[in-house]
Design a protein around this ligand. Structure first.
Ligand SMILES: [Zn+2]
Length: 341
């Protein structure tokens, strides 16, 4: 997804994606600072792309955990307080893996000051007690909450949206019954969100506090907040992914034949859809059926070379995500970073 986002951002002809950049980051090509701002965002995605895998856990710059140790059971607090976890006054501490946990929640699932459950956490502890470990390690914990896709639905309600990437997603009709908001529970989006914190060394945070997650908040954020908000970046990456499936954000463009009052109504109606993040078929060159025909020969199964290339991209990206379990950053020097989630 990071790679798809850098590629989409680099295209000057992809006006649908440029529109999404405008809606999320409030930047457009005619701005004097467009290049500076878009490069800054692109560089963050690029930093994610160039992460490399290592099995050297102690030296790694970023470590991913999917830690379901229930070290604190409210019913019997002592039960899971084993040798690995040490209870400090305000938190649980796993010295061996340099993981910090909350006293009041299971495993690594956090509840923030507003009572919102968080699917993941990114932090650095600057711990120097264990000399064999990288003291500047950035830890990313993924919680049961994230792996389950947020709040589990009732058994009678089948889950509408899968949490992990599946090939069938690329063939769904996203115009009906969905909006970009559904991707809030999409695990790859959570991973991108946390990695953006990590590769920016905490420069990109969760702002404005209390209104930083999900499409509706991302859309409303000021330019200043958007540039420093992890979910704004994650939503852009999600749009890059759905763009490769042929979908983009509704774009108000009233037909010329409409009267001015009709145009106004049209804009109002479409604006509501933009607010809720509705998708429609892409109007840009690589995606329309006319251009698909001109770009690639239709094969027997109705697929084109373009769609094959799209699949290759996605599969490549999936492997990238798989490889992030133990990752290392190529550059680590020169930044100060304090704890942030
Ligand atoms: Zn965050």
């Amino acid at each position: 997804m990071a790679k798809l986002a850098t590629n989409r951002m680099a295209s000057a002809t992809d006006t649908d994606f440029r529109n999404i950049m405008k809606v999320i980051f409030k930047i457009k090509p005619t701005d004097t600072d467009f290049i500076a701002n878009s490069t800054e965002i692109q560089q963050r995605f690029y930093q994610i792309q160039i992460l490399t895998e290592t099995n050297d856990h102690k030296a790694s710059d970023i470590r991913f955990y999917c830690d379901e140790d229930q070290f604190f059971d409210p019913k019997s607090p002592k039960v899971n307080e084993g040798a690995r976890w040490q209870r400090l006054s305000d938190r649980m501490w796993d010295k061996e893996n340099m993981i910090v946990g909350s006293l009041t929640t299971f495993g690594c699932s956090y509840t923030d000051e507003n009572g919102d459950r968080k699917g993941g956490a990114t932090y650095t502890t600057k711990d120097t007690r264990d000399k064999t470990q990288n003291p500047n390690r950035i830890t990313i914990t993924m919680c049961k909450y994230a792996l389950d896709g947020g709040v589990a639905p009732l058994p009678s309600e089948p889950r509408k949206f899968p949490v992990v990437y599946q090939t069938e997603l690329s063939t769904r009709n996203w115009a009906i019954g969905y909006s970009i908001q559904n991707f809030a529970v999409f695990l790859p989006a959570t991973i991108v969100h946390e990695l953006i914190h990590a590769v920016s060394y905490g420069y990109v945070l969760d702002v404005p506090v209390g209104n930083c997650y999900g499409w509706k908040n991302v859309r409303k954020a000021s330019k200043e907040d958007a540039m420093r908000n992890a979910d704004s970046h994650a939503m852009l990456a999600v749009w890059a992914l759905v763009a490769n499936w042929g979908w983009t954000l509704i774009r108000p463009n009233p037909p010329a034949r409409y009267s001015s009052s009709e145009k106004k109504d049209y804009m109002k109606c479409l604006d509501e859809r933009v607010k809720s993040g509705q998708m429609r078929k892409y109007s840009n060159p690589p995606i329309t059926s006319r251009n698909l025909r001109s770009l690639g020969k239709l094969e027997k199964d109705g697929r084109t070379d373009v769609s094959k290339r799209v699949r290759e991209f996605l599969e490549g990206d999936e492997k990238l995500l798989d490889s992030l379990m133990f990752s290392t950053l190529s550059e680590t020097g020169g930044y100060e970073y304090t704890t942030s989630y």
